[in-house]
Design a protein around this ligand. Structure first.
Ligand code: SAH
Length: 200
């Protein structure tokens, strides 16, 4: 295969997270789904690290546990909305990943991430994140409700003070069939509540 540097979204999100997460840290998988990111994060944090992974569907957490195998011991799988992340995490996190939309291969594609809980979770996670930490969000907008979530999320991110957070969007422009795009955020200074531009 030829040597690619303009990778698809998933390898780029993993690379950005790997740049900053240190072994032994606590990290968050906001949307466990089938557990692919959970496994990646469990490998990254090592045996002394911890992955706190959320999903609102038990079958997603079951699939995740299965996928993790012996690394399940480094994870805490939580059947609750990521919007409640502050109830489960105390102290700083090294990074967080979101993968929006519905659970792949599920017969019920109507259970999707929603604007209000996605934004509430992101806002809380930005507060919990260490300085220089990264949060990645893989955004799918092809399903019913996807474009509303995308627009609400982008509108929220545009309000974030640029001294607090740098946010980028990365996307392949010539792929067919609604490929996802990536949002990545880097925390620029220590804070517990991110400043909003309208707050100034
Ligand atoms: N679209 C992606 C996978 C997304 S999986 C892909 O194709 O690879 C998204 C997961 O988020 C689903 O398993 C869903 O149950 C979960 N989810 C939805 N709302 C949630 C919430 N409020 N908190 C935590 N997980 C949620």
């Amino acid at each position: 295969m030829t040597d690619i540097i303009l990778h698809r979204v998933l390898p780029i999100s993993k690379r950005l997270i790997s740049e900053r997460v240190q072994s032994g840290e606590t990290v968050v998988d906001a949307t466990a789904g089938n557990g692919n990111d959970t496994l990646f994060l469990a490998e990254l944090v090592g045996e002394n690290g911890r992955v706190i992974a959320f999903d609102i569907q038990q079958k997603a957490l079951d699939a995740t546990k299965q996928h993790l195998g012996e690394l399940a011991g480094r994870t805490r799988l939580i059947l609750d909305s990521h919007a409640n992340v502050r109830e489960y995490v105390d102290g700083e996190i090294g990074g967080a990943m979101f993968n929006l939309g519905y659970l792949p291969y599920s017969e019920d594609e109507s259970i999707i991430t929603t604007p209000s809980s996605t934004i509430a979770a992101l806002d809380a996670l930005l507060g919990l994140l260490k300085k220089s930490g990264i949060i990645t969000i893989t955004v799918y907008d092809g399903h019913d409700g996807g474009s509303e979530e995308r627009d609400a999320l982008l509108a929220y991110i545009r309000t974030l003070h640029q001294g607090d957070v740098h946010a980028i969007r990365y996307e392949l422009l010539n792929q067919r069939r609604n490929p996802p795009f990536l949002i990545a955020m880097e925390k620029m200074r220590d804070f517990t509540e991110v400043r909003k531009v309208a707050d100034e």
